[in-house]
Every structure is written in C-alpha cells, then in structure tokens.
Ligand binder design. Structure first.
Ligand code: DTR
Length: 335
C-alpha cells in the first residue's frame, strides 16, 4: 500500500512538473562572454525581453553574461555541441573560420554602427555563407569604429612605437605596421592585462571607457576610426529545429530589427561613454592629421589583399562581396 502511494505521489509530481513546463513553454540558454553592462549583453537582454513578449512566454530565455556559461573562445564550439542553446560570438576571435563575414572587419571606414550592423545583416542574407551552415544565425551586429585608449598619450602615430596595445582581428596588422606591439586577446581578458601592465592600452570602441571603467586607467584617447568588429548570435541547429513554427517566425522576424536596435543603441552609447569619461576622469581626446589618416588607410590595404586571398582559398568571390559591402555601406551611411 505504501509503495502504491509513493508511486502515485511520484506520478502526480511528474504530471505537475510536466504541466508547469508546458505552461512555462520552452526555455533556452543564451551565453555571452563580456560583462553584463557591455553592449553585446545589453542587446541580449533586449532580445530576451522581446522574444518572451512576442511569443507570449512560449519561449523563455535564460541569459548568462560574463563568461558564466561559455567564454569568448569556446563559444562557437559550445553552441555547436549544445552546452548553450544560443551564444554570441565575436568573429574576429576566430581567425580563418568565417572568411566571408570577416569582410565587415576590413578597413572600409564605417562611421556609424547602425549602418555597419545593417550592412552585415544584408551581406549575410544575400550570401547565406557556408561558414555558418552548422548553426542558425539569429542576428548580427558590429562594434563601433575602433579607437586607441592608452595610459600614455598617443598624439601622433609616432607615439605608438613599441607601445603594447591589446587588439584583435585585422587591427593587429595595422598596429604592427605602425611599430606598435599588438597583443591579441578577447575583450573579456583585457581588464586583467591592463591592470597588470601587460598592455599599455587597447584598441576598441569607446563604449568600453565607461562599461569597463577603462577611462580610469586609459586617460588618453586617440581618434583613429579603425575597423568595426563583427558579431553573430548563433543557435544550436538541432535546438532551432525543435522549436515550433510560430516561435521560429518570431525569431526570424526579429533578426534585422535586433541588428538595427543594437547599432542605434551603441551609436548613442559611444557619445554617452565619452562624455562620462571626460567629466569623471578628464580624459584627453586627440585627433590625427589628415596625412596620418591617409597613412592608416594605406596600412589597411594589405589587409584587403590578404582577405581576398583567404576568400579565394575558400571559393568565395571576394570582389563581389566587397562590392556589395561598399554598396550597402553607402546606402545605410547616407540615411
Ligand atoms: N572592439 C571589439 C569589440 C568590442 C567593443 N566593445 C566591446 C565590449 C565587449 C566585448 C567586445 C567589445 C573588441 O575589442 O573585441
């Protein structure tokens, strides 16, 4: 009798659990590598809110900022193997893995993050590149143009000689052309490297002055307008396939809108971050001369050639991709 009772109790508990799950809908995990305050995580929370609202709670999202589920470098593999259902990857942290979409990291002088993010999204939609065939892409966006933030002033390019600066992707090459010592690492490892003095500054967009409080350590900022960094939000393919049609529609409809939202958020946040840094830490901002900008541009050319060679190996028509990229850029930057 007692046994029957406990089987009954267990069955009831199970039924209860199952209906609670049905009511709560499906839950997916979403991993991100930088801290919660930074823009890749701000956009993650916005996406979660929109998805839960638009699916009426059929899909709920549990977010993991700050490398609490997956870090910058195991993000791709972690999503492919299902350690997380969704993850945010920085394409520049995976050299050679995403040849087509790396085009967005070329020195084409984007001035707006919104334009860069929409350009990236359109490029992805047009080419549907093979390099993403193992995952479902939910949205894409970019960082803002990259600038130098350093402990010592970089008033002219000559000041860069021998300076250790954290960067990643194509920017490392530009730095070595300028005689600086580029040190490659993900953003999530940068606070420690700056603290320990392993690097004397970094090259990234100005959002990090406020979001990582780098303005405190790096009181000198130089406008270089180096490339933006492309990001992709990817989902485990099998997990995606398991979602119902109406939920998939909501996520698909959100892809471009989320790219634009993130671009707009970051464009506004860059100004906010710079003003905050000026007020709180009296940071100095330096502008380079037109001749120096021309030199930066010249140093960027071999990157384009290298990228074309990489594309050729992967069977990608780099000229066509670059032509489209420049066309989308011109369209979105003029809006
Ligand atoms: N500049 C890129 C991307 C980037 C810009 N801001 C943040 C904040 C958090 C993570 C990445 C980024 C980079 O340095 O990785």
């Amino acid at each position: 009798m007692r046994k029957t009772m406990s089987v009954l109790a267990a069955s009831l508990a199970l039924i209860g659990l199952m209906s609670a799950t049905a009511l709560a809908g499906t839950m997916v995990t979403y991993a991100n590598f930088p801290p919660a305050k930074t823009f890749p995580c701000v956009q993650m929370e916005r996406w979660k809110t929109e998805v839960e609202k638009r699916t009426g709670g059929k899909l709920t999202v549990q977010t993991f900022p700050g490398s609490t589920l997956l870090g910058a470098k195991n993000m791709l593999r972690g999503v492919q193997t299902g350690q997380a259902d969704i993850g945010c990857i920085s394409i520049a942290y995976y050299p050679g893995v995403f040849p087509l979409m790396s085009a967005v990291n070329l020195p084409v002088a984007f001035t707006s993050t919104e334009a860069a993010s929409l350009t990236m999204w359109d490029l992805f939609q047009k080419y549907q590149p093979e390099e993403f065939k193992d995952v479902k892409v939910l949205t894409m966006f970019t960082s803002a143009p990259s600038q130098i933030m350093s402990k010592e002033p970089v008033k002219t390019l000559a000041d860069l000689k021998g300076m250790e600066l954290r960067a990643s992707g194509t920017i490392l090459r530009v730095l070595s052309g300028l005689g600086a010592q580029g040190v490659g690492m993900p953003m999530s490892e940068t606070p420690e490297a700056l603290q320990k003095g392993v690097v004397k500054g970094l090259v990234s967009s100005f959002d990090v002055l406020k979001d990582f409080n780098f303005a405190d350590i790096c009181r000198h900022e130089t406008i270089t307008n180096l490339p933006v960094y492309p990001f992709a939000v990817i989902m485990n393919k099998a997990r995606w396939e398991s979602l119902s049609g109406d939920v998939k529609d909501v996520l698909n409809d959100l892809g471009r809108e989320q790219a634009q939202w993130t671009g707009q958020y970051l464009d506004a946040h860059i100004n906010d971050s710079l003003n905050w840094s000026r007020e709180k830490y009296q940071v100095e901002v330096y502008k380079l001369t037109p001749a120096e900008h021309a030199e930066l541009k010249k140093l960027g050319q071999p990157l384009v050639d290298d990228w074309k060679a990489e594309c050729a190996k992967a069977g990608i028509d780099a000229d066509a991709v670059l032509k489209d990229l420049l066309e989308y850029q011109a369209k979105y930057e003029s809006l």
